[in-house]
Design a protein around this ligand. Sequence first.
Ligand code: ITT
Length: 198
Amino acid sequence: MRIVLATGNTGKLKELQRLLAALEVELIPQTVLGVEPAEEPAPTFVENALLKARHASLRTGLPAIADDSGLVVDALGGAPGVLSARYAGVGGDDAAHNRRLLEELADVADGERGARFRCAAVYLSNAQDPVPLIAEGVWEGHIARSARGAGGFGYDPLFIDPCLGKTSAELSDEEKNQRSHRGQALRALVSALRTRLS
Ligand code: ITT
């Protein structure tokens, strides 16, 4: 079985490939198949994940898995949320997003820097699949005052896991997948998919 992975984010792709390895199916990144990024206009992670999976499935004729995710910061009223990939403007890179986040939180006290990563993961057997598999994950933490660590991607250098006292960029790939929003969502998705395929 071949499944297209509907993401153009290389950091995310690496994590998805590792989390889905247990499925023992052929995972093909959409970029390899020439699929351009989908529009993500919706206000919820679930809707955007469905749009991405449907777009990739329509273009390739393959089943698709997509992830829509982001950082939800209490002191910013939930921003950047579904706009996490565009926080510093379209084309902004991870460093620019992190700079903006630190600027916005410059006057926010240590006890008020709560945040969480959210992930919605979706599987569609085809573009018209009326019963998509949907799974979600949440990783609670808070935002550091400066970047730490070289692993991961995106906001990882600023996101502190309170149990470990480390940023997610200071965790190994395995440790991050164990705890992360994406790890939680993908483990649940894999389990639902195994049931569907059995
Ligand atoms: P695709 O839509 O092609 O998958 P994207 O980066 O645009 O790639 P999203 O729209 O889901 O994906 O945006 C998610 C953003 O949230 C991502 O670009 C990061 O900035 C941030 N993010 C999500 N998960 C993260 C994680 O595990 N670590 C750090 N930042 C993360």
